[in-house]
Design a protein around this ligand. Structure first.
Ligand code: KG4
Length: 340
């Protein structure tokens, strides 16, 4: 009999539920919370309330779309963390209640592991293109920027990570300060396509090893825009495409320099990306181009699996389930990666 896993994701501002059958996706439903837009960032208390409203209908629609009854489910996989505690609590509590009522096991998933395994979501009628182990994953999101060595679905090592801001944070904060809206990544991505990346240059950090830093470049962009605006209040409006192109290029250069270094150090040429920033068109193009040059095999997740989604949680959960892991009923969500 097939393993049918319900995945639940509620770590930040998307409520998502997905159903997979032996790794094949049957449904993936995401309710994105619009309530945060006017605040220019996610408001944790509003996020957890919205999750409470969304979770039951989202799970119901995911089951309906999959053509699966609750009694058909083998197990429930849920995001335990890292993320916003109040948001995680909604998904965790829902998973517990459903597990108790259906008398089926639960498995807990580290959200970042979901992103790392997003390339293993299989879809009927599509070729199976999966990285082989070991591979490197450039994990780039609003909360994390890491290079991860993945030796098996459940065995991974962080080789480098940001010592301050995440790259998504740099996109978001700079877009906000430049008055471009929220979330910043997609806006900067769109404007950068229209601009000249060679016109403005931003200082890059010198961080030893494979770690990243994005707070310096963020600050240098903000000072640069502030100083230019003092001279010409229309500077931003007139030059926003070139500024975004230059800024995005600098961020991609920083990411790629360390990824190339990690590949050289480990000898690993199977390369994947994951997390919200992996939707960035400049980064995707660049990773493919570098890959060709360096004889890497590159794997890019589909756009809909780059941002938060329960399909990746269900797939990661399936690996945990098959390894025999089960989550106890008194499991508590955790907000920080270090607490895993
Ligand atoms: O993985 P994610 O959905 O949420 C977590 O952080 O867990 O990532 C969200 C981040 C935001 O910072 C957003 O600006 C960024 O992903 N993002 C992008 C793009 N689309 C989303 N950054 C750059 N280019 C994009 N196209």
């Amino acid at each position: 009999m097939a393993d049918i896993i319900l995945g639940i994701e509620s770590s930040c501002d998307d409520t998502s539920a997905a159903v997979i059958s032996d790794g094949y996706l049957l449904s993936n439903v995401i309710a994105s919370q619009q309530v945060h837009k006017e605040f220019g960032g996610v408001v944790p208390e509003l996020a957890s309330r919205a999750h409470q409203q969304n979770i039951v209908p989202v799970v119901r629609v995911a089951l309906d779309k999959a053509g699966v009854k609750p009694s058909d489910l083998t197990a429930i996989a849920f995001t335990r963390g890292p993320g916003l505690l109040g948001s995680l609590l909604v998904g965790t509590s829902f998973a517990k209640a459903l597990s108790l009522s259906l008398d089926i096991p639960m498995v807990m998933v580290n959200h970042l592991q979901g992103h790392i395994l997003a390339n293993f979501i299989r879809e009927e009628g599509k070729p199976v293109v999966e990285p082989s182990f070991p591979y490197l994953c450039l994990l780039v999101s609003g909360g994390n920027s890491q290079i991860v060595r993945v030796d098996s679905p459940l065995d991974y090592t962080i080789l480098g990570q940001t010592i301050d801001d995440a790259v998504g944070e740099a996109f978001d904060k700079c877009a906000k300060m430049m008055g471009l809206g929220y979330p910043g990544g997609p806006v900067i991505d769109r404007l950068a396509k229209l601009g000249d990346p060679g016109r403005f240059h931003f200082a890059k950090p010198h961080v030893p090893g494979l770690d990243y830093s994005f707070s310096g470049i963020k600050t240098s962009l903000l000072y640069f825009v502030r100083d230019e605006m003092a001279k010409d209040p229309e500077f931003m409006e007139k030059n926003k495409e070139d500024i975004c192109a230059g800024f995005q290029k600098a961020l991609i250069d920083i990411l790629m320099d360390k990824l190339i270094k990690a590949s050289k150090q480990t000898g690993i040429r199977e390369i994947t990306i994951g997390g919200g920033v992996s939707a960035n068109s400049g980064l995707r193009e660049r990773i493919v181009a570098e890959g060709k040059k360096r004889h890497w095999k590159t794997y890019l997740p589909e756009f809909r699996f780059t941002t938060d989604n329960a399909a990746m949680i269900a797939v990661a959960g399936w690996f945990h389930y098959r390894s025999g892991e089960r989550a106890p009923l008194d499991v508590a969500p955790v907000s920080r990666l270090a607490d895993f």
